[in-house]
Write a protein that binds this ligand. Structure first.
Ligand SMILES: Nc1ncnc2c1ncn2[C@@H]1O[C@H](COP(=O)(O)OP(=O)(O)O)[C@@H](O)[C@H]1O
Ligand SMILES: O=P(O)(O)OC[C@H]1O[C@](O)(COP(=O)(O)O)[C@@H](O)[C@@H]1O
Ligand SMILES: [Mg+2]
Length: 563
């Protein structure tokens, strides 16, 4: 039996299922079962008993066979199930437009899909976020809605006016996702009006749209970049939603990273406020692999593959000379996944530096000492450095600098590659009286400007299809992605909640350490403390400036001593 909770005497802000009033009638819930219409002065009463869905201010209550869903239009809907399980659902158009007509899914009559045993995903199917659990906790924990085609959809083919936008930095596979959204909508759902937004978010209000169809996109997956163009900055929620509304767009596919998804969330919320029948579907793009929850982002494997070419070159150069050092800088602003996986895959790398592991140069476990030993034992070495590593260290050695940001508000990084090369080149002749031959390779933009490899192409196809199935089924404010290898609809708010970082206390990082034998830099905190003590002592004795050799560590580093 359906159960629901009476939330008190509050105004209802929208049309209620099963009632004949125009939208936006206001009702006052006077009991768990009844609400009086205040909107049109008709004195009408609404029986909540028969309603399946109703809205209290920002909250939507939906009665379902197996319980009640309380949806906060700003936050994810959560349903508590058995065994301590929690289902975090995504918003649905009917949360604010309860009376929308429902249609059958045309996939049922699509010859390509006719052999599929189960055309449609069961509405009750959920995917567990954590799949390794103890017996006592089996079934408990967070779950997401399984992605895939639904039996019932909320758009007629001829009614759909879809648009696609790509935002933020490039990533291999962007064109494949565009291609598959267009082809999927066209061939699976019979949609004929599909538009590209030119040049990221600002294209909504500053540029004309680009008409897309399967012919236009047929070859684009073979090219790097995005045929639609992209940009940073320029997100103006009101102007974007005005443009969506004015153009009559009702499905918005937004491909981008964490910043883009924050923008998508704002658009989705404004759409709810305006009561529009418009779905916002996010497709996570991040070459840094820093979007939480999903297993892996598209383009990541391609980037790692491409990085191998740079590492190989660095290795060939290094082993061809006396004291040869090859340094390769890879992308990874806050998360060192590309550097870590490229290192693990290559086996030619002697040391991998990532933003998550603060390193130091001087002392017994420092980088200088390690490079020295490697050169002494092997005659050459390869060092991979993620662009976000050692930022505090560089800032310390360069003195006070303004913190600069790009148009999207992302911090602009100091060039750790060049800085490190300079440091190594200076240190070796000075301290060991033995110069090194260092070759620096910076393939940063090369690894993201290439077309995606085969496995990423397949992955992009699944993402695009999950997105269109979700949108056609009326889900919105979601992003798609595999969780434990099953594609899910994840509330955007959840996806942008925090950034994913390399977990340096799990086995993958340990694997890397045991393959490179590099220092773990765990003594970092001790060295930092030593440096602080040294600073204090020096400050007391006289006002002598700090020894430049100790500039490897900074008291202002964000990692607290006791953490
Ligand atoms: N907090 C935010 N709210 C709204 N829009 C944002 C936000 N952060 C970034 N954006 C917009 O998202 C787009 C892409 O963001 P950016 O950080 O450059 O790339 P990515 O999405 O890859 O992280 C830009 O147009 C930017 O203006
Ligand atoms: O020079 P750009 O275009 O700002 O891009 C550089 C940044 O883009 C990235 O590849 C990814 O950034 P986003 O995912 O935020 O777009 C970072 O690794 C890198 O710092
Ligand atoms: Mg980002």
């Amino acid at each position: 039996m359906a159960t629901y909770q009476f939330l008190g005497t509050v105004a209802l802000g929208s049309h209620v299922h099963g009632h004949g009033h125009a939208q936006n009638s206001v009702f006052l819930a006077s009991s768990p079962l009844r609400a009086d219409c205040l909107g049109c002065g008709c004195g009408g009463r609404l029986s909540l008993k028969d309603a399946t869905k109703f809205r209290f201010g920002n909250r939507v209550i939906e009665k379902r066979d197996r319980g009640m869903v309380v949806a906060d239009l700003q936050n994810p809907k959560t349903v508590k199930g058995g065994c301590g399980s929690v289902f975090e659902d995504v918003p649905h158009l009917t949360d604010w437009l309860p009376d929308l007509p429902i249609f059958g899914n045309p996939l049922k009559f699509n010859p390509a899909y006719s052999a599929v045993k189960q055309y449609f995903v069961d509405d009750d199917d959920v995917v567990a976020k954590d799949i390794v659990v103890t017996m006592e906790n089996a079934g408990a924990g967070l779950h997401f809605r399984r992605a895939g085609p639904r039996d019932k959809i909320y758009f007629r083919s001829e009614e759909v006016k879809a648009c696609i936008v790509t935002c933020g930095g490039l990533c291999p596979g962007l064109n494949t996702v565009i291609r598959e959204i267009v082809s999927g909508l066209w061939y699976q759902y019979g949609v004929r009006e599909i538009y590209g937004i030119d040049g990221g978010y600002r294209g909504f209000y500053a540029r004309n749209t680009i008409a897309l169809n399967p012919k236009v996109v047929s070859d684009i997956h073979k090219k790097g970049g995005t045929i639609l163009g992209t940009s940073r900055g320029g997100h103006d929620t009101m102007r974007i939603v005005d443009s969506i509304e004015n153009r009559g767009i009702n499905q918005v596919y937004i491909i981008g990273g964490d910043g883009t998804h924050k923008g998508a969330k704002a658009i989705h919320e404004e759409i709810i406020k305006r009561g529009l029948k418009v779905v916002v579907a996010g497709i996570p793009k991040t070459i840094d692999n820093d979007i939480d929850i999903i297993d892996k982002s598209f383009g990541f494997d391609t980037a790692v593959e491409e990085a191998q070419r740079a590492i190989n070159a660095a290795h060939v150069e290094a082993e061809s000379t006396h004291n040869g050092v090859g340094v390769v800088k890879l992308m990874g602003r806050y998360s060192g996944y590309i550097a870590m996986y490229a290192t693990l895959a290559s086996r030619d790398v002697d040391c991998c530096l990532i933003p998550e592991v603060p390193f130091f140069l001087e002392g017994e476990d420092g980088l200088y000492e390690f490079v020295y030993r490697r050169l002494r034992d092997n005659g050459h070495m390869v060092l991979v450095v993620a662009e976000g590593s050692g930022q505090e260290l560089i800032a310390e050695s360069l003195g006070p600098l303004d913190k600069l940001s790009d148009a999207s508000g992302n911090r602009l990084l100091l060039d750790v590659g060049l800085w490190l090369c300079q440091k190594l080149k200076e240190h070796f002749p000075k301290v060991y009286n033995d110069p090194i031959t260092l070759k620096y390779i910076d393939p940063t933009y090369m690894i993201r400007a290439v077309p995606s490899i085969a496995s990423d192409n397949v992955y992009c196809t699944l993402l695009a299809h999950s997105a269109i199935h979700g949108a056609m089924a009326g889900f919105c404010g979601f992003t798609v992605g595999p969780v434990n290898n099953r594609h899910c609809y994840i509330p955007i708010s959840r996806a942008v909640e925090k950034q994913r970082h390399v977990n340096t206390s799990d086995r993958m990082w340990a694997r890397l350490l045991s393959s490179t034998h590099q220092p773990n830099f765990l003594r970092y905190k001790t060295v930092l403390k030593e440096k602080r003590d040294h600073q204090l002592k020096n400050a007391k004795v006289d006002d002598v400036k700090l020894d430049q050799n100790l500039s490897g560590l900074t008291a202002s580093h964000s990692l607290p001593i006791d953490s």
